[in-house]
Every structure is written in C-alpha cells, then in structure tokens.
Ligand binder design. Structure first.
Ligand code: ADP
Ligand code: ADP
Length: 227
C-alpha cells in the first residue's frame, strides 16, 4: 500500500533528513516509527502525504508515484490520509464537535450526516461527553484524541500520527494509542512515530530510524505497557 524506493530527502546540503529508504507497508498494518529526535520520523510521514517532495527516489501510495500527482491527485491522496501532525492544533474558538465536523463540511457532507459521523468518531475515541466542551478545557491527552477523531472522520484508509503521545503521562498516552488502535481494528493502516519505547504494542512492527537511515525493522516483543 505504501512503498518507499531509494528515497532520499535533503533539506539542504548539510541536512539530509532521510537517506536511501526502502520500505514496504501493507494494507492494514500497525507500524511504529521509532528513533531519537532529528532521526527523520516527521519527514518520513510528510513524504507519504506529499507535504515534502523527494530529493531522489520515490514514494508510492496504492501503486501511484505520489511525486507525479497533479493538484487533483494530491487532493484525492490527502483525503485518504488521516493526518495527526504536531503543528496541527485544535481550533480554540469553537467547541470540540465543531473541530471534528470541519473536515466533513469542507468536503460537502450534509450537516445532519456530518453531525452523526462526528459524534460517532468522538464516541470511538471515548469523548462523546465532551462534544460541546471548549478544547482548552480538555487535558493534553483528550485534545490529542479529539485530533484523532478529526483525522479519521472522513474514513481515510491510512492514519499518520506524528508523536501523538509527546508530553503525555503513561495513562493518557495509552488512551491515545488505544484510540488509534480502534481504527486499526477496523482495517485502517496506521503509522505512529514516537521516541518513546514504552508505547509499542507487542507484535506490532517497529522500524527504527537513526540519522536518516533505516537501521531496524522488526517486531515489538516486550509487554511494556498494559492498556
Ligand atoms: P524527527 O521527526 O525524527 O525528529 P525530522 O524529520 O523532524 O526528525 O528531522 C530530520 C532532520 O531534518 C533534522 O536534522 C532536522 O533538523 C532536519 N529538518 C527537518 N525539517 C527541516 C526543514 N524544514 N528544513 C531544514 N531541515 C529540516
Ligand atoms: P457510522 O457508521 O455511524 O459513521 P462507525 O462506528 O462505523 O459509525 O464509525 C465511527 C467513526 O469512525 C465514523 O465517524 C467514521 O467516519 C470513522 N471511521 C474512519 N475510518 C473508518 C473505518 N475504516 N471503518 C469504520 N469507521 C471509520
């Protein structure tokens, strides 16, 4: 479903964020992207959404080289992606439900249908009771779960989450991962970046980046966290 072929990304002569990455991700996989800060995790996720372009090599999503997509193709690609990026905060001038509704209204879903789906999405992440709350009244973990609801409300095939558990305590982090896993359970392909070894799920695939290189690709074994 997602295929990196000899992908290299340089931001400048000095900054090679990814070097010769070869990686295959199958439909329905739950994959953790590990590595220290600066390893290239965010860049790898941005390559899949074509937010950044390859310096050389390619990324294919559903058999299409996304470097060759035109504006229409890009819009279609991104509609199929649920992005939970670090720089995308909730809008604080409106309640939680309105934040989750936004992607549906943008794509022209009728209001009634949009409300029903937004509520269903909030229910899935365990926050239906906060639908009318001010986002700023929620904890960091709750805000992150609202971001997940907003990212999945259009039923994307793929979820890309960049450090969704950053700055959260263990219990909140587990709830965030569980919220993502609820969509993995219904067939959504999920990529979660983290520099926190505590959040892997036993049996999940973990790939590790170091200084832009893919240094490990294997299965998490340790039962580190009950959830
Ligand atoms: P991670 O997500 O693992 O922390 P990043 O993908 O954010 O890693 O960064 C990988 C490398 O690329 C780092 O050296 C970072 O400084 C550099 N980098 C990231 N974004 C940019 C950018 N927009 N311009 C220049 N360098 C960047
Ligand atoms: P409904 O069918 O009423 O939308 P669901 O419980 O099936 O309710 O879905 C809950 C929310 O999860 C919905 O808002 C839906 O958009 C979202 N969702 C995202 N991806 C999927 C998926 N692959 N399967 C089911 N629901 C998904």
């Amino acid at each position: 479903m997602i295929e990196f072929r000899h992908l290299t990304k340089r931001y400048s002569k000095e900054a090679t964020a990814l070097f010769d990455i070869n990686l295959s991700i199958a439909k329905g996989e739950l994959l953790f992207l590990a590595g220290p800060s600066g390893a290239g995790k965010s860049t790898l996720l941005k390559m899949i959404a074509a937010i950044e372009r390859p310096t050389s090599g390619s990324v294919e999503v559903n058999g299409q080289d996304i470097g060759r997509l035109n504006a229409t193709g890009l819009a279609y690609l991104r509609r199929n992606l649920g992005l939970i990026l670090q720089q995308q905060r909730l809008l604080t001038d409106r309640p939680v439900l309105a934040n989750v509704l936004l992607p549906l209204l943008v794509t022209g879903t009728p209001r009634d249908e949009a409300e029903k789906r937004a509520r269903a999405a909030l229910d899935k992440v365990g926050l239906l009771d906060k639908a009318q709350s001010d986002p700023l009244s929620l904890s960091g973990g709750e805000q992150q779960r609202v971001s997940i609801a907003r990212a999945i409300v259009n039923r994307p095939q793929i979820i890309l989450a960049d450090e969704p558990t950053a700055n959260l305590d263990r219990v909140s982090a587990a709830k965030v991962i569980d919220a993502i896993k609820a969509f993995h359970a219904v067939g959504v392909t999920c990529l979660i970046s983290t520099h926190d070894d505590q959040i892997y799920q036993p049996g999940a695939r973990v790939i590790r980046l170091e200084q832009g290189r893919l240094v490990d690709d294997g299965m998490a074994s340790r039962e580190v966290m009950a959830s």
